[in-house]
Design a protein around this ligand. Structure first.
Ligand SMILES: N[C@@H](CCC(=O)N[C@@H](CS)C(=O)NCC(=O)O)C(=O)O
Length: 218
């Protein structure tokens, strides 16, 4: 199998890439590194590989296909978007995708800051209060479009799907007041090959985060 990806044995940054690859029907080796138990959280499984993969910027997630060797989640997603016809097709779509990409990075940063914080329990009420405020903007932006670019599915849809999915598990019922986001979530999760992947034993349902996380880890 020529294509290989690598990441921790969690959903984390890698899950949207896995969902995109499932949708595109790509066969690949999904290398999953394990972290040792507390208190040391030994990362040597990954560190033994890290500098031997030929990556310019050794990190995970990574994607390797022959001479194509990429790290950085969004560099991988954008490459795969171009390769599998999941990129913006017009300037208008490009602006929408760029906007959602930046918003997704902000949302993901807030999510990780919460989940990995020792002060998780104290931070959680504020997070729960603010999440619908951001989702209202996201819902208005999506409007009646089926996908975030507009009429065409792009790589950013897998990123937003995963963010909505994880947040809904922390905050049950979060999407109830946003029917279009609920429909979007069902639309992406219901794509034939994505649905098959999600219900297969190849798919990591849990954990979302690493073992050192206060929430969503093991
Ligand atoms: N900006 C990078 C961040 C990647 C990153 O922080 N990876 C974490 C896991 S989410 C890691 O453990 N990297 C391995 C390392 O730093 O050696 C991306 O978007 O891919």
């Amino acid at each position: 199998m020529a294509v290989k990806t690598g990441y921790w044995n969690i959903r984390g940054y890698m899950q949207p890439i896995r969902l995109l690859l499932a949708h595109a029907g790509v066969e690949y080796e999904d290398k999953r590194y394990n972290v040792g138990p507390a208190p040391d959280y030994d990362r040597s499984e990954w560190l033994n590989d890290k500098f031997n993969l030929g990556l310019d910027f050794p990190n995970c997630p990574y994607y390797i296909d022959g001479d194509v060797k990429i790290s950085q989640t969004f560099a991988i997603l954008k490459y795969l978007g171009r390769k599998h016809n999941l990129a913006a097709k017009t300037e208008e779509e490009q602006i929408r995708v760029d906007l959602m990409e930046a918003e997704a990075i902000d949302m993901r940063t807030k999510w990780s800051t919460l989940c990995y914080n020792a002060d998780f329990e104290n931070m959680k009420p504020d997070y729960i209060k603010n999440a619908p405020v951001k989702l209202k903007e996201v819902s208005t932006f999506l409007g009646s479009h089926p996908y975030f670019a507009g009429q065409n599915i792009t790589y950013i849809d897998f990123v937003i799907y995963e963010l909505l999915d994880q947040n809904s598990q922390l905050i049950p019922g979060l999407l109830d007041e946003f029917p279009n986001l609920k429909e979007f979530h069902a639309r992406i999760g219901g794509l034939e090959k994505v649905a098959a992947y999600l219900s297969s034993d190849k798919c990591i349902k849990y954990p979302f985060n690493g073992p050192m996380a206060q929430w969503g880890g093991k």
